[in-house]
Design a protein around this ligand. Structure first.
Ligand code: SF4
Length: 706
């Protein structure tokens, strides 16, 4: 019988509500949920084809275990698989200490999955070696919000997009990466053409079609741009002195620093016209409601945190925060990167927006969990973690719902790490990922439409993800796998003590987790799965007793810092790590396409999603191609300091000479050599530890075919 189950899309951070049509065994269709406040019934090409991506041939159906490197994996049962894993982890911890094991998890997981993994790593194993692929995605925004505003809390709502009169979109191709939100912006601009949209992006993307002004800055010069805008705002008197005096600290230091960022110098450094810079500052400075939106072009940088802070400075200087249509608003890449930040799923965090490096935070969580203490030693962030695996410091690695062999920069080293690691567990729905090849133990996980829990989208809205059908074969929900493993490990590490993982459903995990947020900036204590079902998706904070969520933060001008004041950050512009040089004269940028998601484990199973772009291509300007005597469609070798790959080249005059672009989606399953990340560099922002995925020096040469 045909049934409908309301759930949430599993791709991007817009967090659209979906209605899953199914017959109890198969998902037949997916439509937008008209009642969901993120999308009001709309879906993009990815969301609308979710029902076409359930290819069972690509799914992991049974646990598989390899009993020695070089041997093939063989099917096993869950008891044998998890007992074996528990024994290996317990022996490794006993022999080499808790920091000899690590967990690398994902912004694709649900909040309840995240929480179970965190408790497993910190409370049971006793390590902070748990990091997430959100490190590659939003960690610079986390640092930016915390340093400037006091908490990792995006202060805005999607409705601010409709209420703004000046939008600055930086390093975000919203038209591809957050399509439903972009449609909302398009509709708002059609209704109010006087709304001004400025797009800052080295490439002319489809998002620029909506822009009144496109600032094609040179890659990585964002901090100089923001300081240059502030210089003009100050010069013209377009700042809100009352707001600055009443609600902020640190303005004088910043003011004296940006004196040096005069328009001529900034325009030259950024590769734009002085008039463009002045127009931008004028639009921002004279607008009543100024909103900025940003994404990976800002975050994935060795200066990612400085870029975030410099952008937030513009809002604090103009008092454009905490009111309708105004504020700094990061767009989250993954569907539940926010949930990961909330549950403490970066190595430096703890649940409830706490810090692993803060002794009183550790004591609060340890007491709540009923364990003597939480580990003090700093955990490893993503890049550091795989380095530690490669060097042999980490000897057992658990990877869940992510594909580091395709998505991590300097890919060759990650592959070497996975080969070298004595024991690799991969908990994954699709056995086709590059990372699965390296699994000594492959644990089949349930996927979207088959599992239950919650996710938080970019506007802090917590939605229910519901199961419509059973997972194939013996695949199980991620929280259930994690808790089952944890209970087996407990019998070896803390026998005859009550289990920390006596959960029978994701709702039970949520009930435990939410109380750890009580009284914190993100207070979710009033929420439950049942309440979301009754009232619909809600924005945090949602303290006990609330009847509705919180649309906007900081309307009262009080910030969650020690003294209630926001902070201006004065950090100088730093050039990107990899400078142009004769051997590698092109700057390679990487990014998303409209119809694919991450490493394509899911979207790669739907033929329709290859209709927009059929194959991976390297895009270059016509000038650069002519200089190298390259023709459109020709196979080229792309080389960086770290590796090389073969790929057809494509002429794209929306790129300036000296720049190149490759989509992030294709891994070595599709390309000769390896995926794009064989070229990217592992250097990271010192504050956020987010790697620089958008600025690698490369050279391109013709491949002579025999
Ligand atoms: Fe899914 Fe994002 Fe598309 Fe919405 S915009 S349907 S959340 S991929």
């Amino acid at each position: 019988m045909r049934q409908t189950t309301a759930s949430t899309c599993c791709y991007c951070g817009v967090g659209c509500g979906v209605l899953i049509e199914h017959d109890g065994e198969r998902i037949l269709d997916v439509t937008g949920d008209p009642n969901h406040p993120a999308n009001f019934g709309k879906l993009c090409s990815k969301g609308a084809t979710l029902h076409l991506t359930g290819d069972l041939d690509a799914r992991a159906h049974y646990p598989e275990l390899r009993l020695g490197k070089g041997l093939a994996r063989a099917r096993t049962d869950w008891d044998s698989a998890l007992d074996h894993a528990a024994n290996v982890f317990a022996e490794t911890i006993a022999e080499h200490g808790p920091d000899s094991v690590a967990f690398y998890i994902s912004g694709q997981l649900l909040t309840e999955d995240y929480y179970a993994f965190n408790k497993l790593a910190r409370a049971l194993v006793g390590t902070n070696n748990i990091d997430s692929n959100s490190r590659l995605c939003m960690s610079s925004a986390v640092v930016g919000y915390k340093r400037s505003l006091g908490a990792d809390a995006p202060p805005c709502s999607y409705e601010d997009i409709e209420q703004s009169d000046c939008l600055l979109i930086v390093g975000s191709n919203m038209a591809y990466a957050h399509p439903v939100l972009f449609r909302r912006l398009e509709a708002a601009k059609a209704k109010r053409p006087e709304m001004k949209v400025i797009v800052v992006d080295p490439r002319r993307t489809d998002t620029c079609d909506l822009a009144d002004l496109h600032l094609a800055i040179l890659p990585g010069t964002d901090v100089a741009l923001f300081h240059g805008i502030l210089h003009i705002l100050l010069w013209e008197g377009w700042i809100d002195r009352d707001f600055i005096d009443a609600h902020t600290n640190g303005f004088d230091e910043l003011k004296s620093m940006v004196r040096d960022y005069n328009p001529a110098m900034v325009a030259d450094l950024c590769g734009i016209g002085v008039d463009e810079l002045q127009t931008t500052a004028g639009l921002i400075g004279t607008s009543k409601r100024f909103l900025s939106l940003w994404c990976m072009g800002v975050n994935q940088s060795t200066a990612g945190s400085a870029k975030n802070s410099a952008l937030i400075n513009l809002h604090l200087a103009t008092g454009q925060i905490g009111k309708p249509g105004a504020g700094p608003f990061s767009l989250t890449g993954q569907p539940n990167a926010m949930g990961g930040r909330e549950t403490g799923s970066l190595s430096n965090l703890l649940p409830g927006h706490r810090e692993a490096g803060n002794a009183s935070h550790r004591a609060e969580v340890a007491e709540y969990w009923g364990v003597p203490a939480l580990p003090e030693a700093p955990g490893l962030s993503a890049i550091e973690l795989f380095d530690a695996v490669r060097s042999g410091k980490v000897k057992a690695l658990w990877i869940a719902c992510t594909n580091p062999a395709q998505s991590m920069p300097d890919q060759q080293k990650v592959h070497e790490a996975l080969v070298a690691c004595p024991f690799v567990v991969v908990q994954e729905a699709f056995f086709t990922t590059e990372t699965c090849r390296y699994a000594d133990l492959l644990l089949p996980a349930a996927s979207w439409g088959e599992k239950e829990g919650t996710v938080t989208n970019s506007e802090r809205r917590v939605s229910h993800v519901r199961a419509a059908i059973d997972a194939p074969g013996e695949a199980r929900a991620d929280w259930a796998i994690t808790c089952d493993f944890a209970r087996r490990l407990e019998t070896l590490m803390r026998p005859s003590q009550a289990s920390l993982f006596a959960f029978d459903a994701p709702s039970a995990i949520f009930e435990e987790y939410k109380l750890l947020t009580a009284g914190r900036d993100l207070d979710l204590s009033g929420l439950s799965h049942e309440l979301i079902d009754r009232l619909g998706p809600q924005q945090w904070p949602f303290p006990t007793g609330s009847t509705h969520g919180t649309t906007r933060l900081y309307g009262d001008g009080v910030f969650p810092t020690d003294n209630g004041r926001a902070r201006f950050l004065a950090e100088q512009y730093q050039a990107p790590k990899e400078k142009r040089e004769a051997r590698f004269p092109l700057t390679l940028n990487t990014g998303r396409l409209r119809d694919h998601w991450h490493g394509m484990s899911r979207t790669g199973t739907a033929a329709r999603l290859f209709g927009h772009v059929e194959e991976a291509l390297l895009s270059m300007s016509g000038d650069d191609m002519r200089r190298r005597r390259l023709l459109d469609g020709q196979l080229v070798k792309v080389r960086s300091r770290r590796g090389e790959l073969l790929i057809p080249v494509h002429k794209d005059d929306s790129l300036r000479p000296g720049q190149a672009f490759m989509p992030m989606h294709w891994g070595d399953r599709f390309l000769k050599g390896m995926g794009v990340n064989v070229l990217t560099l592992p250097d990271f922002d010192p504050a956020s530890k987010q790697p620089e995925l958008k600025h690698a020096g490369v050279e391109v040469e013709k491949v002579e075919l025999p």
